[in-house]
Ligand binder design. Structure first.
Ligand code: ADP
Ligand code: 5GP
Length: 195
C-alpha cells in the first residue's frame, strides 16, 4: 500500500491503556482540519459507557470479527486484553488515496505490522510519567474491573519497552503540554496543515 504519489500519510499513536491516547487524539480532531482523519477500528470488546458504535469503534461479535478477518477486511488485527481489535483496510486505503493524514491509535504489535506494510508511517508513543500515575488514571477512569486493570498494567510494562522503536515519545504529565507536543509533531513536522 504506497502513499507516496498522493502525499497521504499514516500517523500511528500507541501507548499503554490509560496513557491518554483517546483524550489527546480527540482533542486533535476537534481542530477539524480537513486533512486529518482517524480510522475507526473494529473490536469485540464491550462498549464502555458513553461510547458509540461507528464513532469510537465498530463493536462486533467475535463471530463477525473473525468472518471479516477471513475476508481480508483488516490491514492488521491483534488480540489485546482478550479481545480482538482490527484496522479496516479499505478505509485506510481510501483515505490515503484522498491525501489524508490518517491517525491510527493501535497497540504496539499492530503498529509493527502497519510499519512493515507502510514503512513511511510516522510513529508516536504516549506514556504517563510512571506506572503509578497510569494505575491511578485507569482507576479514576473507572472503565476496568480489578482483574482487567491488573492485566492492563502488566501489559503496559511490556508495551513501555517498545517505546524505543517509536520516532516520538510524549510523556503525558500535564495535558496541555502533551497536547501541544502532539500538535507540533502532527501539524508542523509533517505539514498536514498546508492546504
Ligand atoms: P487511553 O486512550 O490511552 O486508554 P484515555 O485518554 O482514556 O487513555 O485516558 C485515561 C484517563 O486519564 C482518562 O480518564 C483521562 O481523562 C485521563 N487523563 C488523560 N490525560 C491526562 C492528564 N494529562 N492528566 C490527568 N488525567 C489525564
Ligand atoms: P481500549 O480497549 O482501551 O480502547 O484499547 C485497548 C488497546 O487496543 C489500546 O492499546 C488501543 O490502542 C488498541 N487498539 C485499538 N484499536 C486497535 C486496532 O485496530 N488494532 C490494534 N492492533 N490495536 C488497537
Amino acid at each position: 500500500m504506497s502513499n507516496k504519489k498522493n502525499k497521504g500519510q499514516v500517523i500511528i499513536i500507541s501507548g499503554p491503556s490509560g496513557s491518554g491516547k483517546t483524550t489527546l487524539h480527540k482533542k486533535l480532531l476537534t481542530c477539524k482540519h480537513k486533512l486529518l482523519v482517524k480510522t475507526i477500528s473494529a473490536t469485540t470488546r464491550p462498549k464502555r459507557q458513553g461510547e458509540k458504535h461507528g464513532r469510537d469503534y465498530f463493536f462486533l461479535s467475535e463471530k463477525m470479527f473473525l468472518y471479516k478477518k477471513r475476508r481480508g477486511h483488516f490491514l492488521e488485527t491483534q488480540k489485546v486484553f482478550d479481545n480482538y481489535y482490527g484496522t479496516p483496510k479499505k478505509n485506510v486505503q481510501d483515505l490515503l488515496k484522498n491525501g489524508k493524514t490518517v491517525l491510527l491509535c493501535i497497540d504496539v504489535k499492530g503498529a509493527k505490522v502497519v510499519c512493515h506494510k507502510i514503512p513511511e508511517a510516522r510513529t508516536i508513543f504516549i506514556k504517563t510519567p510512571s506506572l503509578e500515575v497510569l494505575r491511578k488514571r485507569l482507576e479514576k477512569r473507572g472503565s476496568e474491573g480489578s482483574e482487567t486493570l491488573k492485566l492492563r498494567l502488566a501489559i503496559a510494562r511490556k508495551e513501555l519497552k517498545e517505546s524505543r522503536n517509536y520516532q516520538h515519545v510524549i510523556v503525558n504529565d500535564n495535558l496541555k503540554n502533551a497536547y501541544e507536543e502532539l500538535e507540533r509533531i502532527v501539524f508542523l513536522d509533517y505539514d498536514c496543515k498546508s492546504d
